[in-house]
Design a protein around this ligand. Structure first.
Ligand SMILES: NC(=O)c1ccc[n+]([C@@H]2O[C@H](COP(=O)([O-])OP(=O)(O)OC[C@H]3O[C@@H](n4cnc5c(N)ncnc54)[C@H](OP(=O)(O)O)[C@@H]3O)[C@@H](O)[C@H]2O)c1
Length: 327
């Protein structure tokens, strides 16, 4: 992909920064953010100085509740990627739950409306979605054809998010929802996991038997390129490496990659108590996410990182120790 204008809503976060760096080398990237560079979005501009990939990246302020000047960025662009959404790494109290829903539906509706207003609508609209839409699965893998959905909170969020996306009428714009698994790269969940290892707590979590579906961030970028190239593809796609592992395997591979010879396990009660004090939910580590990318494989997509050990070998050295001092 080159010489395209790509708009990334919610692109100041972990995945957005990686996409901006990946696509920014050969394309013009506009990131829609609720605030211009500041401590609030981790000073996005500081990344520009150190990385050539950000030289073609512009930050534009948007308020998804208002069809303001930002909609001009969508008119005439080639591709819109929407990543906006309040992090699910919080306590699921009433107000957080509402914000988790609204931050996804309102932004998705706003982009749909901006596309409808565009004189030259984008060719492709990719919306983030999540592989956590599938039920807690300990018996068999879930894919786009036979996967099952239960009705817990995170599944409801995913359903409503996708529902809002596919309800948007954009007759000239192809739509793809990427049900991403836990994405591994130089940020995101790797930070707390590396910290656990560092403090000798890199053992299994809960029973350790729950499945961990993951994907390397570079494969997320490559899936987007693939979607752009394959004009006929639309609908939902699981974006998860073809070799998910059990939690116990995940933690063992991480200890090996980081050179830690042992790691204490975290029992379920410890995770529940710890999650409360850290302001998060134990479900984030205890849910068994067993997902396969059936449609991507059927379409001939080849993962650069199909095996966890290779993903860690690429990712772990990108962290300087100072980057994961959380405590
Ligand atoms: N990381 C993963 O493993 C993973 C896996 C599956 C799905 N996803 C989904 O993919 C998307 C991107 O993930 P990420 O890890 O990059 O998330 P992230 O780091 O939390 O970034 C999300 C971005 O959304 C914007 N945002 C936050 N709260 C918002 C609100 N109330 N209203 C509008 N925008 C808001 C923020 O941008 P500004 O503050 O600049 O506006 C933020 O930078 C998320 O929707 C996430 O749920 C992530």
């Amino acid at each position: 992909m080159q010489n395209l204008k790509i708009v990334i809503a919610g692109g100041t976060g972990f995945i957005g920064r990686e996409l901006a760096s990946f696509f920014g080398a050969n394309n013009q990237v506009v990131i829609l953010s609720r605030s211009l560079p500041s401590a609030a979005n981790n000073g996005f501009s500081s990344f520009k100085a150190n990385d050539d990939g950000y030289k073609n990246v512009r930050l534009v302020k948007w308020n998804p509740a208002i069809q303001g000047d930002w909609i001009r960025e969508i008119d005439g662009c080639s591709l819109v990627i929407n990543l906006a959404g309040k992090s699910v790494n919080c306590r699921y109290n009433k107000s957080n739950k509402q914000e988790i829903f609204d931050s996804r539906t309102v932004t998705t509706e706003a982009i749909g409306e901006a596309i409808r207003k565009a004189t030259i609508p984008p060719k492709l609209w990719i919306n983030a979605a999540s592989a956590t839409i599938y039920r807690h699965a300990t018996d068999r893998a879930q894919d786009e054809f036979t996967g099952e959905y239960h009705n817990d909170f995170s599944v409801q969020v995913c359903k409503r998010w996708e529902g809002t996306f596919f309800n948007q009428r954009t007759p000239f714009t192809r739509k793809v929802a990427l049900r991403m698994a836990i994405t591994l790269g130089s940020g995101g969940v790797m930070v707390p996991y590396l910290n656990l290892c560092r403090f000798g707590l890199g053992g299994r979590q809960g029973s350790g038997q729950q499945m961990f579906s993951w994907v390397h961030i570079q494969d997320v970028c490559r899936v987007i390129e693939f979607m752009w190239a394959k004009n006929e593809l639309e609908g939902v796609f699981n974006v998860s490496a073809p070799n998910p592992v059990a939690n116990t395997h995940f933690m063992g591979a991480l200890r090996k990659a980081t050179g830690h010879t042992f790691g204490l396990p975290a029992y379920e009660w410890m995770l529940k108590a710890g999650a409360f004090f850290l302001g998060t939910e134990p479900e984030l580590v205890l849910k068994s996410r067993w997902v396969l990318p059936a449609k991507l494989l059927q379409q001939g997509f080849v993962f650069k990182y199909p095996m966890l050990e290779d993903a860690f070998a690429e990712i772990v050295p990108t962290f300087k120790r100072t980057q994961y001092h959380l405590f």
